[in-house]
Design a protein. Structure first.
Length: 525
């Protein structure tokens, strides 16, 4: 396998094309379903139809993702991909028949089946990535996958109303495009090279939520994995609500037609693609947590901006801004989940994460229906509610997750005061303990090092050295991040990057000395 950062294996590109065509088909078919049903039942029922379509699209992901994840750990993920793509051809053919017969309930049923095959593909699609690319390529591979997924959303959002217009709202003829795309996806799936099963012996269970709970519970000690999983869950809650609410928002607030309202999410998808590319370039071979922070702040501002917008131009600007922020947010979260997951449990963990994400998306549909049918809230009011929710969760994360405020304070303190030049960052491995020896006891060096290293860092400062740090920095950084030690106080070295400050003789610390001899990287800063 080619380990160069700029070179990806051919199988990865075929996987990317296959999932792009699948996502394209999902979006075209889903929008054609919404257009058809709104034309059958009228614009006044748009919010209800959008909510029901959203629920039917989500439920299969909740039910099917856990067993699909177990299966992805037991058999070749390439074989799963081929099977799903062949099944997609059959389902899209059934969809065309349902549109030609103008049977709403059959249309709903085919939508459910289409979602089911996509749910079956999900764990295999993301679980196969670490088998196709190197660890150092994982962030970039994820950014490419996410970027192409949202390119599929862009083209799907564009092609659905265009195809509807070209066929004069003959949705049976319009849906033939979905059959053609499904055939193309099946052809590309055969170009993915076979992969070896991970050898898991985990059994299937009828209790879906029990599997999810057990899968998450077994890794609850990994705080970074939990942060990524639940952060991803909230991202999909907010993103799903944004997508669903944009159609009634366009109809009621911006006075657009239901087909033209779908173009609002087209702008958001363009922004997500831009943000995904930016996040991938920013992260390179690392997991850049600062993009999570900026993405979350962008969501808060963008959602509040949509509430204040009263014309199309300002709404488009904030929708694009929301998309860019979303792209910055999701890439490092998804990469962190894949990186922290043990190989033999990766499929199950990704499936559990997918179930939580789809529960969040289902809840977004329920919220939209509840806000519209029971509280009779304006679509723009829903956006300000989510802005407040995002701000609240951001503050909770800031004060409850030590490294979150550490990253924020470090970024501000470093980039507002210094210019940092980086050389040899590739010497820092992505795992195992690293010891950085800094001869000068200065907090400047500590923050400068942290500004260029995305992994968690444990700072150890010798008792006899002076380590003067501004009070506004020290108060915001968790006490366990910085600790003072003497010859007797250091007994356990965690799998972090250890920053030893002061003129320290390494032989004074036997526990560190043994760690250096065995498995750590030693760097003089």
């Amino acid at each position: 396998m080619n380990t160069k950062l700029d070179s990806m294996p051919a199988s990865f590109h075929w996987l990317n094309i296959t999932q792009f065509l699948g996502a394209l088909n999902d979006n075209i078919f889903k929008f054609i379903v919404m257009f058809a049903l709104i034309s059958y039942f009228g614009d006044t029922n748009a919010s209800t139809i959008v909510s029901v379509v959203g629920m039917l699209f989500v439920i299969p992901f909740i039910i099917i993702s856990p067993p699909a994840g177990i299966l992805a750990d037991r058999i070749s993920k390439q074989r799963i991909t081929i099977f799903v793509k062949l099944l997609e051809i059959v389902i899209m053919t059934a969809g065309t028949i349902a549109f030609l017969l103008r049977l709403p309930y059959l249309i709903y049923g085919v939508l459910f089946l289409m979602s089911a095959q996509s749910a079956f593909f999900g764990p295999a699609k993301y679980g196969i990535l670490p088998e196709l690319v190197e660890t150092t390529q994982l962030s970039r591979a994820n950014s490419i996958i996410v970027c192409f997924t949202f390119l599929a959303i862009i083209f799907g959002t564009f092609l659905a109303p265009v195809t509807s217009a070209l066929t004069h709202s003959n949705y049976g003829i319009a849906s033939v495009l979905c059959i053609i795309i499904a055939i193309a996806g099946a052809i590309t799936s055969f170009r993915i090279l076979p992969t070896v099963p991970s050898g898991s012996t985990k059994k299937f269970s009828l209790f879906v939520f029990k599997d999810v709970f057990c899968g998450i519970r077994d890794f609850r000690h990994d705080h970074y994995l939990m942060f990524a999983i639940f952060g991803s869950m909230y991202y999909y809650l907010a993103g799903a609500y944004l997508q669903l609410n944009l159609i009634p928002y366009g109809i009621e607030i911006l006075n657009l037609t239901h087909e033209h309202s779908s173009y609002l999410f087209l702008i958001a998808a363009i922004g997500i693609g831009i943000g995904s590319i930016g996040s991938g370039k920013l992260s390179a071979r690392h997991f850049e947590f600062s993009s999570i922070i900026f993405g979350a702040i962008g969501l808060i501002i963008g959602l509040a901006g949509l509430y204040r917008s009263s014309n199309l131009i300002s709404a488009l600007i904030f929708v694009l801004f929301l998309g860019i922020s979303s792209g910055l947010l999701i890439i490092p979260l998804q990469s962190l989940i894949q990186f922290r997951s043990p190989p033999q449990y990766r499929g199950s963990l990704l499936a559990a994460s997918n179930v939580l994400n789809w529960i969040a998306i289902l809840f977004a549909s329920v919220l939209l229906y509840y806000f519209n049918a029971y509280l009779v809230l304006s679509p723009k009011t829903g956006f300000i509610i989510f802005s407040i929710m995002t701000a609240s969760l951001f503050l909770i994360a800031f004060f409850s997750i030590p490294y979150t405020r550490y990253w924020i304070v470090n970024f501000w303190a470093t980039h507002s005061r210094f210019v940092v030049y980086v050389h040899g960052i590739d010497a820092i491995p992505l795992s195992d303990t690293v010891i950085i020896l800094c001869p000068t006891p200065s907090w400047h060096e500590a923050l400068a090092a942290a500004a260029t290293i995305s992994r968690p860092i444990q700072w150890h400062i010798k008792q006899k050295t002076s380590f003067s740090m501004p009070r506004y920095v020290a108060l915001l950084i968790a006490p366990h991040v910085f600790s003072r030690w003497d010859n007797q106080s250091v007994h356990h070295i965690p799998s972090h990057i250890l920053f030893i400050s002061g003129e320290t003789i390494l032989e004074d610390l036997p526990s560190i000395q043994s760690h250096v001899r065995n498995s750590t990287t030693r760097i003089i800063f």
